[in-house]
Design a binder for this molecule. Structure first.
Ligand code: FES
Ligand SMILES: [Fe+2]
Length: 481
């Protein structure tokens, strides 16, 4: 049964809301999880060509990826001076490094002689030397060596010979970069993320225990959107319906921090798509699915819920395996998926149950992208921070199952991955009688609508600033309303 009332996106599924689950939690629930909000994003179809056109991808490459805050690496990867990470996105490459005075800087990764990419791989160096003719910059970005400098008086010892810098921000153990020197600060753009994680989620006390990146045969927005809602669970992951409140997921958009959104899917409750199940049946199904369960069953006593019993079991097991004290951590943080999103393409989970973080970047054409999956685990109590896990690279034809340490999550990811090339192919059908747009849910998919509108705004502003014709954007624009 669905309740319908006036107002775009105000209808909700039957069954307990995420806020109902929080109200029944056996522990104190973080204030941040109670902070939820929805802002209607209209009902217009989103043009399919936004996902398939190389012209639109070129506009995104020029005006989105060069002007937004993106997660380049973790602070742990830049411990010693000269440690550096190469962050490639669209046509851009940024060299993020630790300098001798301990600060982090991000340089344009392109030689000031004839443009050669200075570093193609991350690592540790004493200076950045171009492989082509040997121009050399120190870690502070000063040009310190130029073979046959007598032939380059216009460069040697000139102020413009420093490597150009990108903006850098450190947040919660991550390093973010922005190639636009005039972009608003990270603190402005990520306000809600900073507020919530700063108060409740302690991301800085976690370390990167797993990292894999895979090339995916779909547009970056197709891939990102596949991880942005619980709506696909009924068809794509039916094996979890008995213990996932998929259609009762909560989607937040905050008026005062429009670049941060959140999706929360409650677990340990049955899907509203299913008929009645006992609390015992829900708990049994959950444990059967979960790799965490050593024994196959747990008893749900009368008057208690599957959610609280399974949370208690996971709290104990996870606390032992992670070597951290979780005794006061809420059921929600143990069980649920709380996926935050910072525009354009960074998505950290709060909570300790999964501890994932995602990142998306465009591929060489509109039809491919790269998705990074990180697992950010709590540093074990009383121990040194473990070393960050190295990045595993999976090619287009490889499976997430080939990533070492991904565990049972890889199977769920592969279910998601199976859809993506089909989506990309179907989106290309724009012949005369084909539907020209995609019709998103007014509530469950509202965050995607918002993201599309942000993209349009970045491109339009970029075109205007460059004196270009904004009608270039016209065929792709998300209509008003
Ligand atoms: S292109 Fe870098 S030194 Fe010549
Ligand atoms: Fe999925």
């Amino acid at each position: 049964m669905t309740t319908i009332d006036e107002g775009i996106g105000s209808a909700r599924s039957s069954g307990p809301s995420v806020q109902d689950l929080l109200a029944a939690d056996t522990r104190r629930v973080p204030e941040s999880l109670k902070d939820h909000s929805y802002v209607p994003q209209g009902s217009a179809d989103i043009p399919k060509v936004r996902y398939t056109s190389n012209d639109f991808a070129a506009l995104e490459n020029e005006y989105l990826w060069t002007r937004t805050w993106q997660m380049a690496c973790t602070v742990d990867e830049l411990i010693q001076p000269g440690d550096h990470v190469v962050y490639d996105v669209a046509d851009q490459s940024v060299l993020v490094t630790r300098t001798k005075d301990g600060s982090i800087r991000a340089y344009h990764n392109s030689c000031l002689h004839r443009g050669t990419k200075l570093r193609t791989e991350s690592g540790r160096v004493a200076s950045f030397r171009c492989p082509f003719h040997g121009w050399r910059w120190d870690l502070d970005g000063q040009l310190t060596e130029l073979p046959a400098e007598w032939d380059f008086p216009q460069v040697w010892n000139q102020p413009e010979s420093c490597l150009p810098q990108a903006q850098v921000a450190e947040w919660a153990g991550f390093v973010f970069v922005n190639l636009d020197p005039d972009a608003p600060s990270f603190e402005t753009v990520a306000a809600k993320l900073i507020e919530h994680f700063g108060r409740d989620f302690q991301m800085e006390k976690r370390y990167k225990a797993f990292h894999a990146v895979k090339e995916v045969p779909a547009n970056w927005k197709v891939c990102m959107e596949a991880f942005a809602e619980g709506y696909h669970v009924i068809a794509t992951h039916p094996q979890i319906l008995e213990f996932a409140g998929d259609a009762n997921s909560e989607y937040s958009i905050w008026e005062d921090s429009p670049y941060v959104t959140r999706f929360v899917n409650g677990f340990g409750v049955k899907s509203p798509h299913l008929g009645p199940l006992s609390e015992q049946q829900i708990a049994d199904a959950y444990l059967q699915f979960s790799a965490r369960a050593i024994r196959g069953s747990v008893e749900v006593p009368d008057g208690r819920t599957a959610r609280e019993v399974v949370a208690e079991l996971f709290r104990t097991m996870m606390g032992q395996s992670l070597a951290v004290n979780l005794s006061e951590v809420s059921d929600s943080e143990i069980l649920d998926a709380h996926l935050y999103h910072l525009f354009p393409a960074f998505a950290p989970w709060a909570g300790v149950g999964q501890s994932l973080t995602y990142r998306w970047r465009p591929g060489p054409t509109a039809d491919t992208c790269y998705m990074d999956v990180l697992r950010m685990l709590p540093v074990p109590d009383g121990q040194e921070r473990p070393e960050p896990a190295p990045m595993q690279v999976l090619r287009l034809e490889q499976s997430w199952r080939e990533a070492q340490g991904m565990g049972g999550l890889a199977d769920v990811f592969e279910q998601d991955m199976e859809n993506l090339p089909k989506v990309q192919l179907g989106l290309k059908m724009t012949a005369k009688r084909a539907k020209k747009g995609v019709s998103m849910g007014l509530y469950q998919e509202a965050r995607m609508r918002l993201i599309h509108r942000h993209i349009d705004r970045f491109i339009r502003e970029g075109l205007v600033a460059d004196g270009r014709d904004v009608s270039e954007l016209e065929p792709f624009l998300v209509p008003e309303g």
